[in-house]
Design a protein around this ligand. Structure first.
Ligand code: HGY
Ligand code: MN
Ligand code: MN
Ligand code: MN
Length: 407
């Protein structure tokens, strides 16, 4: 099964025909179809297929109990109207890299596994990396059971509807103890490789980042008959806060995004009673992130007060800076640099995007490979990677897995 044919099989799953974007949300039908695809790929290669207590899918070559396993993979879920590559490129490349190693008659001296981590994007329940956070013990079963989607469906109900038991979820230290290294290949979400002219790069660090919910509560009233002076309109303070976020991010050299909003009662002719907005902010270091978010919160409170609006700010999730395992990172650079001009180092890139490898970096040695994205666009139907760059990514991943697991 070549990269191309696997890609062709996966591509239509969960794709919206109008936008061309993907809607592969956790525990939905599209997610189930992706999971079926994963299981078929695993079984077609004679790998031992299993689903762990958190619903993550694993395909094993060799005996997991032997320990010191080398694991690769990524996620198959997407953001709303996401691109085709974010997540799936890592999973398809993992199966293709195994096929490549088999064609090289590589002799595995350690167990190898390919993984699909569930609910990495958090598109449905609002928290990213649920599958890997649960496994790493960074999310308790109680916290997970409280996650609710926009239709009021809780995570446990969604899991049960998809045929999974929500009562078994939780930390899985025994599983992690059997893993020696996790390497995730991912499409680059930026243009560093395009600018450097490289096909593949290695992750240096993941910026600290988080999600904050801003609840602006005002007074619902008639849009046509309420004098401006009599209004307590939360939409005004929300709008001013969005502009303040952009100013604060520019000042600090960081990023801040209000990409999701809920308005109640959401009527054209009704002044809102509630405007709920989510801030996603990220910065190269903690100090800058604290400065940006602090500045946005201060501005938001001043705007709310000016309009007689109440404001609650809740930090919903946070991921501290991830410094990947330096020894593993350097081993990848050695492996990938061995056949090229010694002066041609494989670029090491920082990123503002979160990943399962980042969550797991606190528990096991992890590293990431990035594949060139010519436009840098991601979380959009326009996300793209050229086929020959994808093939270069598969070769690089095969070289890395051979160097780590086939000594
Ligand atoms: O939000 C992120 O950075 C990742 O795509 N979940
Ligand atoms: Mn993503
Ligand atoms: Mn991703
Ligand atoms: Mn049960």
């Amino acid at each position: 099964m070549t990269f191309h044919s696997m890609w062709a099989e996966l591509l239509p799953i969960g794709r919206d025909s109008a936008s061309g974007g993907y809607r592969r949300y956790a525990w939905t039908g599209a997610d189930a179809d992706c999971r079926t695809w994963f299981q078929e790929q695993a079984e077609a290669r004679g790998l031992t297929y299993e689903v762990d207590r958190n619903g993550n899918q694993w395909a094993w070559l060799g005996d997991p109990a032997a320990g010191n396993a080398v694991v690769t993979g990524s996620h198959l879920d997407s953001v709303p109207d996401g691109g085709a590559f974010d997540g799936p490129l890592g999973v398809v490349s993992s199966f293709a890299a195994l096929d490549e190693l088999r064609s090289r008659n590589a002799r595995f001296t350690k167990p190898l596994a390919i993984v699909n981590f569930g609910d990495e994007e958090g598109a449905r329940f609002g928290l990213a990396c649920v599958g890997s956070r649960l496994t790493a013990g960074q999310l308790t079963i109680e916290q997970a059971h409280r996650l609710t989607d926009g239709d009021g469906i809780t995570l446990p109900r969604a899991m049960e509807a998809a045929g999974y038991d929500p009562d078994t979820i939780g930390a899985d230290p025994e599983r992690l103890a059997r893993i020696g290294a996790f390497v995730e290949l991912h499409v680059e979400q930026g243009r560093a490789l395009d600018l450097s002219g490289d096909r593949v790069g290695i992750a240096g660090a993941i910026w600290p980042h988080g999600r904050w919910r801003f609840d602006f509560r005002g007074e619902a009233n008639h849009a046509g008959t309420t004098r401006l002076a009599d209004r307590r309109d939360p939409m005004l303070s929300y709008a001013e806060t969005v502009l303040a976020a952009r100013r604060e991010a520019e000042l600090a050299g960081a990023v801040a995004t209000f990409g999701k909003i809920v308005v109640e009662p959401n009527g054209v002719n009704a002044i809102p009673s509630l405007v709920r907005g989510w801030l996603d902010s990220r910065a190269a270091d903690q100090e800058r992130l604290d400065t940006v978010v602090g500045g946005i919160e201060k501005a938001a409170r001043a705007y709310a007060e000016a309009h007689g609006v109440d404001l609650d700010i809740v930090r919903e999730s946070f991921t501290p800076v991830v410094e990947f395992d330096h020894a593993l990172r350097d081993e990848l650079a050695r492996i990938l640099g061995k056949d090229t001009d010694p002066g041609l180092k494989v670029p090491v890139l920082g990123t503002g995007a979160g990943h399962d490898a980042g969550i797991l970096s606190g528990s096991i040695p992890t590293a990431m490979l990035f594949v060139r994205n010519p436009t840098g666009v991601s979380h959009s139907p326009a996300e793209h990677a050229a086929e020959d760059d994808c093939v270069a990514g598969v070769t690089a991943l095969a070289d890395v897995l051979e160097g780590l697991a086939c000594r």
